[in-house]
Design a protein around this ligand. Structure first.
Ligand code: PGA
Length: 247
């Protein structure tokens, strides 16, 4: 049995004050204890959000990190720094990072490896563009992202990793992949993990992401190979996030 995991990706939203208001709003509700809830907040709010999450089951996440511990990397944040802030998860290789900040499977691979050294669980994003899907290349693209991203990662470590399948054309657009298409790709990703790691494929959790909302989460979560959701827009409203966790 894989524990469902609903993670909010706040992206570049919320000042510290707004972040605390949102967390208070979430905490005012009862959350399903059988679902792992994660909030991936901006770096600036991590410390205060962590303090407010104490005593709850909600996990804390960051949205990016560098792969080195320290050094001449102006503007970057290291896994050592995130560990000090008691971060549980870190999103790695989100399509917006790949698109706007030149991240590649190689940098994703380095980041995953360092995150694991620090005990930070990576939420590794993969997904194809609309053009790639229309060209019939979606599986090939995603398969390469998985194979290259996980190169050199051991079977022991793969269990700590969450994979988020996010078709780029469904992010922030209101277009969700149909639950069947989403499940088909999650199942394909699981088979690829099976080729690389054998039985560990049944342990690795795979999320779907891209316009997940309270009104479609249930259908997605009922699918055999979808173990959770990575949620942008709807995670910015306390009521919606609570509904997602209590799907
Ligand atoms: P969205 O974002 O839910 O707003 O589509 C998802 C994501 O980018 O993780």
């Amino acid at each position: 049995m894989r524990t469902p995991i609903i993670a909010g990706n706040w992206k570049m939203n919320n000042t510290i004050k707004e972040a605390l208001t949102l967390i208070e709003g979430i905490k005012a509700n009862e959350l399903n204890e059988n679902v792992e809830a994660v909030v991936c907040v901006p770096f600036t709010a991590i410390k205060e959000v962590n303090a407010l999450l104490k005593g709850t089951n909600i996990k804390l996440g960051a949205q990016n990190m560098h792969w080195e511990d320290n050094g001449a990397f102006t503007g970057e944040i290291s896994p050592l720094m995130l560990k000090e802030l008691e971060v549980d998860y870190c999103i790695i290789g989100h399509s917006e990072r790949r698109q706007y900040f030149c991240e590649t499977d190689t940098t994703v691979n380095k980041k995953i490896k360092t995150a694991l050294i620090y005990g930070i669980k990576p939420i590794v994003c993969v997904g194809e563009t609309l053009e790639q899907r229309e060209d019939g290349k979606a599986e090939e693209i995603v398969r390469n992202q998985v194979i290259n991203g996980f190169e050199g990662i051991s079977a022991e470590d793969i269990k700590e990793i969450v994979i988020a399948y996010e078709p780029i054309w469904a992010i922030g657009t209101g277009k969700t992949a149909s639950s069947d298409d989403a499940n088909a790709m999650c199942s394909f990703i699981r088979d690829t993990i099976g080729e690389l790691y054998g039985d560990e494929k049944d342990i690795v959790r795979i999320q779907y992401g891209g316009s997940v909302k309270p009104n479609n989460v249930n259908e997605l979560m009922n699918k055999s190979d979808i173990d959770g959701a990575l949620v942008g827009g709807a995670s910015l409203k306390a009521d919606d996030f609570v509904k997602l966790v209590n799907f």
